[in-house]
Ligand binder design. Structure first.
Ligand SMILES: [Zn+2]
Length: 184
């Protein structure tokens, strides 16, 4: 997949999408989703290289205008840059430069499962509370302290008010969301 210019790569990307156009009536959004599922499934079956699959997912993120389905791949890419330059992450605390390939592969598996279960964006947005063990919509709570800033906001569980929350980009939380969706 070595092309001379970004433009050629761009053309190749849209041609790949067009090749999947079996049903002429399908919307661009559906075509992008079909392509994303094809890429992820091939990566899971080891038919394509994970780095190549990840680069295609990043193109899908921008082609879909940052649709919630693919946003996790954008967040991983951002975090990989943060790890390279400041040794920290914004979204995925479990991600490291060493485990990135397995982490991305797990994200592909989660992506396929969430799409096949057709999990709504509201469900995917939930966080997990380690105190009451529930998925919940977190709410902010104002707190006070005797140093600056005196007043600050923290995220708390929407059910019990605990601050012990796991963010929804966490793979364990995504697995809990998937399991709950299978039961419903
Ligand atoms: Zn709670």
């Amino acid at each position: 997949m070595d092309y001379a210019s970004t433009e050629e790569r761009e053309i190749y990307f849209w041609k790949s999408i067009a090749d999947l156009k079996l049903d002429i009536e399908k919307s661009e959004e559906d075509l992008i989703e079909n392509y994303a599922l094809t890429i992820a499934k091939k990566a899971i079956r080891k038919e394509i290289n994970i780095d190549y699959a990840f680069s295609q997912m990043l193109k899908i993120v921008s082609a879909s205008e940052y649709n919630y389905r693919y946003i996790a791949f954008y967040e991983i890419d951002e975090d990989l840059n943060y790890l390279r330059y400041s040794n920290s992450t914004l979204y995925n605390t479990e991600l490291t430069l060493e485990n990135s390939k397995e982490f991305i592969l797990e994200e592909m598996k989660i992506f396929v499962e969430m799409e096949e279960l057709n999990i709504f964006p509201e469900e995917r947005a939930k966080w997990y509370c380690e105190t009451c063990k529930n998925l919940n919509n977190p709410i902010t709570k104002n707190k006070f302290q005797f140093k600056k800033p005196f007043k600050y906001a923290v995220w708390t569980c929407g059910i019990c008010g605990s601050e012990k929350l796991k963010y929804n980009s966490n793979h364990d939380v995504k697995r809990i969301i998937i399991e709950k969706s299978k039961k419903n």
